[in-house]
Design a binder for this molecule. Structure first.
Ligand code: SPM
Length: 288
């Protein structure tokens, strides 16, 4: 008989996500959350935190490639990058591919997520010991509050706005990120499904508008997340999402990067939104 992992997070949106599993490989309660690894029947290994799906080996590429490469190709010369969260390592794996990037700080509140990912998710955690990478096991909110004018790009690879990640969707956090970025900095945040959580995204964009002159929202596909989509807010002090794209793609050798989702065209297409979402979010329509 098939065994199912059932994610109940979005019952209020009348949706539950189910993934068929072969077995549970690991489970622990860290000081912050419950951490589990499953062997699924169709998506390889899967990491859950507090019984919410974070990533699976088979479909993580859409999320990690897009959360990392969109801001890094939007910036004209990203050298220093901060990742908040991201304990599985998938985002860092993509960031270190950029020649321009000299130093990545990953600030993850829960060291146990990193340790478990190193053991069970080697295809994602494979670059966490890269010499460009510094791991910090601290609260991301405090980290940005205490580090001013330091980063070219900040990527918030968080869980959903309940529990430890709730604070990462608040105005004060966006303000500290703004201050932690250098003058041309870009901030990208994990920001939910555009149709199910339009209000949460709208609120996040309103916070962004108070500090950043440029705000957009873009999407990617992740079949194991509710609704199969997830998006990101894109807040920028100077650069629009495409203005450095041609130059940046030319200077990196992306044909050798083994990318499964990201291309220049996907970068552009991701910013095209359904009409109702475009209007609700009150952000400029992207010019393709
Ligand atoms: N590095 C991968 C971490 C994943 N971060 C995002 C997780 C979001 C999961 N829930 C999506 C459903 C939206 N309610």
């Amino acid at each position: 008989m098939t065994e199912w992992f059932v994610e109940k997070l979005n019952l209020a949106q009348h949706i539950k996500t189910q993934v068929s599993i072969k077995s549970k490989l690991y489970e622990e309660k860290s000081p912050f959350q419950s951490i589990s690894i499953y062997e699924t029947t169709g998506f390889g290994r899967m990491l859950t935190l507090d019984d919410v799906i974070m990533c699976t080996e088979k479909d993580e590429f859409g999320y990690h490639e897009m959360i990392a490469h969109v801001p890094l190709f939007a910036h004209n010369h990203p050298e220093k990058v901060l990742v908040i969260g991201g304990g599985d390592g998938g985002t860092v794996r993509e960031i270190v591919k950029h020649k321009t990037v000299k130093h990545v700080v990953m600030c993850e509140i829960d060291e146990r997520v990193v340790e478990v990912s190193k053991k069970y998710l080697p295809t994602m955690s494979c670059e966490l010991n890269n010499p460009k990478v510094s791991l910090v096991f601290k609260d991301g909110f405090q980290w940005v509050k205490e580090h001013k004018n330091e980063y070219d790009v900040i990527i918030v690879d968080s869980s959903d706005p309940v529990g430890p990640a709730e604070v990462l969707f608040k105005e004060e956090f966006i303000k500290y990120c703004y201050e932690s970025l250098k003058e041309n900095g870009i901030l990208v945040n994990q920001a939910e499904h555009m149709l199910m959580f339009t209000d949460i995204i709208k609120e996040l964009i309103q916070h962004g508008k108070k500090y950043f002159p440029i705000q957009y929202y873009y999407n990617t596909l992740v079949p194991t997340y509710p609704g199969g989509f997830i998006g990101f807010t894109f807040f920028s002090k100077r650069f629009s999402p495409f203005e450095n794209l041609d130059q940046r793609i030319r200077e990196e050798n992306i044909e050798n990067w083994n990318l499964q989702y990201y291309t220049k065209e996907m970068h552009k297409a991701a910013f095209v939104l359904p009409n109702a979402v475009q209007k609700a979010l009150e952000i400029p329509k992207i010019n393709l």
